[in-house]
Design a protein. Sequence first.
Length: 102
Amino acid sequence: MDIKLEGRQVELGDELRERVESRFKELDKKYGPIAHSRVSVERKPHKNEQRAEVTMVVNLSGETITVSKEAATVVAAVNETLETLTLQIQSHVDKHRKEHRA
């Protein structure tokens, strides 16, 4: 599995990298092979405050899933995006299991 992490106007620390990589390994183990994934973390000005936007793109067998979330902090944005991504992947896998059973 290939994971590409990139930060735009934000420094990605080792702890954040390890969290994302371990979560992707769990998803790969639980839901099947993830061919490639890209995680982009960006710090954006929003009115008078800074917001963090995280976009995750995952290539599964037969489908590409893209999830993007925005939050006040980088950690919150990463966590929200990972939770939504997990639900999207689970939905994708469940749909394919139903198709193969029918």
